[in-house]
Design a protein. Structure first.
Length: 239
C-alpha cells in the first residue's frame, strides 16, 4: 500500500516572515514534520509542496523531496486542498504514481511526531471495518453550552447557542461535546479526497492522542521550543 505524506509549505507568511524555515530549537520548523513522516512505520513517501526557492533548498538539505508549486496556488487566499490535489496530479502525470492514502502534515504543528502519526494510522486501520474513510487529529473543547466568539470584521460578540433558551446544567441531553481540529494530522483515502476535494472524508474518525501547538505567533515558537527541549532532555525522547 502506497501512503503519501504531503507537507505544504508556502514562502509568503506575513505574520512571521519565513516562518516555515525559521529555527525552532535550532532546527527549521518544517524539519519536524519531515522527521515525523520519515520516522513513521506506515508512510512510504514524503513530499514537500512549495513555491519558494529558499524553502526548496532548505527542504532538500534536510533530505526531503520537493514538488514545485505553481505561484497561483501560493497566494494568501489559497486553500490547502487544491495544493494537495496539485501534488497528486503532478505525480500521476509525471510518474504514473498514485498513492492509496494521502496524509496531510502541516509544518506549523511541530510537536506531532512519528509515534503520534502512527497512532492516527492505527486508528484509521482499525476503523476500516466500520467504513471510516479519513482520520483527523482533534482536541475536546467541552460542550456547546455558553460558547461565544468575537466577529473579526465587526468586533461584535456572537453567541453559538440559543442563550434565550439556556439549558440547565442538569439537562445533559442538551449539552453536546465540542472538538476542534488541531491541524496536526489528516489521513484520507486518495479516491475519497479526489471525490470530495478535501482532506476530510464523508465518514471521518478523530484521533485524540498527542500534543499540538499550532505555530502562529512568536509566543507559539517559544512555547513549542520549550516543550521540544524538555522532550530532548528526557531519556529515549519520552514525553
Amino acid at each position: 500500500m502506497e501512503i503519501l505524506a504531503i507537507i505544504p509549505v508556502r514562502g509568503g507568511s506575513k505574520g512571521i516572515p519565513g516562518k516555515n524555515i525559521k529555527l525552532l530549537a535550532n532546527r527549521p520548523l518544517v524539519a519536524y514534520s519531515i522527521d515525523a513522516a520519515k520516522g513513521s512505520k506506515y508512510v512510504t513517501r514524503t513530499v514537500v509542496s512549495t513555491e519558494s526557492r529558499q524553502i526548496k533548498q532548505v527542504v532538500q538539505d534536510l533530505g526531503a523531496e520537493v514538488i514545485d508549486r505553481p505561484q497561483e496556488l501560493a497566494q494568501d487566499e489559497t486553500k490547502t486542498a487544491p495544493v494537495l490535489l496539485h501534488v497528486l496530479d503532478y505525480l500521476k502525470q509525471n510518474e504514473d504514481y498514485e498513492p492509496d492514502i494521502v496524509v496531510l502534515l502541516q509544518a506549523t504543528c511541530p510537536l506531532r511526531d512519528s509515534k503520534e502519526l502512527d497512532g492516527a494510522f492505527e486508528l484509521f486501520s482499525e476503523k476500516q471495518i466500520s467504513g471510516c474513510d479519513s482520520v483527523f487529529a482533534g482536541k475536546m473543547l467541552g460542550t456547546t453550552h455558553a460558547k461565544w466568539r468575537q466577529n473579526p470584521d465587526t468586533g461584535e460578540y456572537e453567541c453559538l447557542y440559543d442563550y434565550r433558551n439556556r439549558p440547565r446544567r442538569q439537562d445533559k441531553d442538551k449539552h453536546f461535546p465540542m472538538l476542534r481540529e488541531t491541524g496536526a494530522t489528516y489521513i484520507i483515502k486518495t479516491d475519497v479526497m479526489k471525490e470530495v476535494k478535501d482532506f476530510i472524508g464523508k465518514k471521518p474518525e478523530v484521533y485524540f492522542g498527542g500534543t499540538c501547538v499550532d505555530i502562529d505567533t512568536v509566543q507559539d515558537f517559544e512555547t513549542a521550543a520549550e516543550i521540544i527541549e524538555q522532550r530532548r532532555a528526557k531519556p529515549n525522547g519520552s514525553k
